[in-house]
Ligand binder design. Structure first.
Ligand code: SF4
Ligand code: SF4
Length: 483
């Protein structure tokens, strides 16, 4: 979605010699030989940055506390791929909950679509863990140790001496330590905080796989935040890449008001505002402060670009310039293309309404599935290769393997009863069959039937799964007997 003037308009209104296709043809972070151009974004200052900082502290606190917060004894969030056990808002989900997962995924993608269509990359600037950690943690530490943009540039250009070495060692040590904490947090989300604590406190030789992942995650995060940085958003993150398919002229984006800004020309101290306007000059004084603060190195005045993560740094930078020259804030602001071109307010369009109704339907379906989900899931399978047996009492028996998944948050003593035939069910090897909470338990079960109840070579059985007098569910299986 272009938010810049068309080429002929641009040529009429811009004072700078620009190749308008230029910014689309090269990366802001690469020089003409394709080598990485290291960015030194200036430290942002302003209200947007302040609001984002507060928001970030809240999100960072939630992110680090997430694996340790329990609801009903279960983690707030856990994606244990190894045990194939997932916890969302304290409710445990199993691979058996495939339909719930499929609906959750659809909600996730529909949510992304509607959110992006309405609010563009608001997610990237305000809530994405990569942006938050990079801009609000690692970058702040860098400013603290190495100073602002020009000091960092000078430090990198300076020969190695005691001061430079100390600063670099200190910065990278802190980065590594933080990466270790982030890596461990990710591990806690994957395997659960209890398992993580066991890895930390037990004999390391018993947790070689866990330790390997711990080191691997640490190195990956260190690599991302110390070196890879904005490239993660530009090259790796798929979200930025499908923006063009979702954004339209009504989407809210960080946009430069070219109608107000052009034609741009430097501000002269003695210049009167009314004269500047009568000369056909706009509010943009071409100070490039918006470019200096950009963590992805782009010039937002060229229009919306895939690299823009909506971090708002350029809003603050430009607002400060407008304050200085006595012009209203918002030359760069959150707006839609229609807002800039036609002064239209942000609208909830038909496309957004369609996405929203699909999303509402999916959320309703998800809630129904979650809240009507059975506490247990039982599989009753005849033992492979086993035939029927005739017992001493004349009954016919079949051997089964039963697997019970307890999805509730308490241990469940389970009994099985025949619902449509007379006979008996015995769980082998244990007087009681208790399935611990959030666990799967398996046992061998012997089912006996009176021959008078057989309906042929195969008899359909209905078996009730009870906890006390409460029937949890009824499962079907088949029973084989003599002809
Ligand atoms: S900060 Fe504002 S005035 Fe300065 S170049 Fe950017 S858009 Fe123009
Ligand atoms: S253009 Fe502005 S909002 Fe976009 S990444 Fe750069 S500074 Fe952030």
């Amino acid at each position: 979605m272009p938010t810049k003037p068309t080429k002929p308009e641009a040529e009429k209104t811009s004072t700078r010699a620009v190749n308008w296709g230029d910014f689309r043809e090269h990366l802001a972070t690469a020089d003409k030989d394709g080598q990485r151009r290291w960015l030194y974004p200036r430290k942002p200052v302003g209200r947007w940055y302040r609001w984002r900082t507060w928001m970030s502290w809240v999100l960072i606190a939630i992110m680090f506390a997430g694996p340790f917060i329990r609801i009903g004894g279960n983690p707030l969030l856990m994606f244990n791929l190894i045990e194939r056990k997932f916890s969302i808002l304290g409710r445990i989900f199993w691979p058996e909950d495939t339909i719930i997962f499929a609906v959750a995924m659809l909600i996730f993608f529909a949510g992304i679509m509607i959110f992006t269509t309405a609010f563009g990359r608001l997610w990237c600037g305000w809530t994405c863990p990569q942006t938050i950690m990079m801009e609000m943690v690692f970058r702040k530490i860098e400013y603290l140790i190495e100073g602002d943009s020009h000091q960092q540039r000078a430090l990198d250009a300076a020969p190695w001496n005691f001061s430079k070495t100390t600063k670099k060692v200190l910065k990278h040590s802190v980065f590594f330590l933080l990466s270790f904490v982030i890596g461990n947090t990710l591990l806690a989300y994957l395997i659960g905080s209890d398992a993580l604590l066991r890895i930390i406190t037990d004999d390391p030789r018993q947790h070689l796989v866990g330790l390997t992942f711990m080191i691997l995650f640490t190195l990956v995060f260190y690599g991302i935040f110390a070196r890879f940085r904005e490239q993660a958003c530009t090259f790796i993150c798929p979200y930025g890449r499908f923006q063009s398919a979702l954004l339209d002229e009504n989407t809210m984006v960080v946009a430069y008001d070219y109608k107000r800004g052009e034609k741009r020309a430097p501000w002269k101290r003695e210049q009167r505002l009314d004269l500047r306007q009568s000369e056909g000059l706009g509010d943009c004084v071409n100070c490039r402060q918006c470019v200096a603060v950009c963590p992805t190195g782009i010039d937002i005045r060229d229009g919306i670009q895939m690299e823009c993560v909506n971090c708002t740094a350029c809003l603050d930078a430009c607002d400060a310039v407008m304050d200085k020259i006595g012009r209203p804030r918002g030359l760069i602001r959150y707006a839609s293309l229609n807002g800039i071109e036609h002064g239209q307010p942000l609208r909830f369009t038909a496309r957004m309404k369609l996405y929203a109704s699909v999303l509402t339907g999916l959320i309703a379906l998800f809630l129904i599935l979650v809240f009507t989900r059975a506490e247990v899931e039982t599989m009753f399978l005849r033992a492979p290769g086993a035939m029927f047996q005739t017992m001493a009492n004349g009954r016919i028996s079949n051997l089964y393997t039963v697997k019970v998944v307890n999805k509730s948050s308490r241990d469940l003593p389970v009994q099985f009863r025949l619902e449509n035939a007379e006979g008996g069910i015995t769980v082998m090897g244990a007087p009681t069959f208790v399935v611990p909470k959030d666990r799967v338990r398996q046992a061998s079960v012997l089912v006996e039937l009176n021959p008078t109840h057989l309906t042929g070579r195969t008899t359909k059985l209905k078996i009730g799964v009870y906890s006390g007098e409460r029937r949890l569910e009824t499962v079907s299986t088949s029973f084989v007997g003599p002809r």
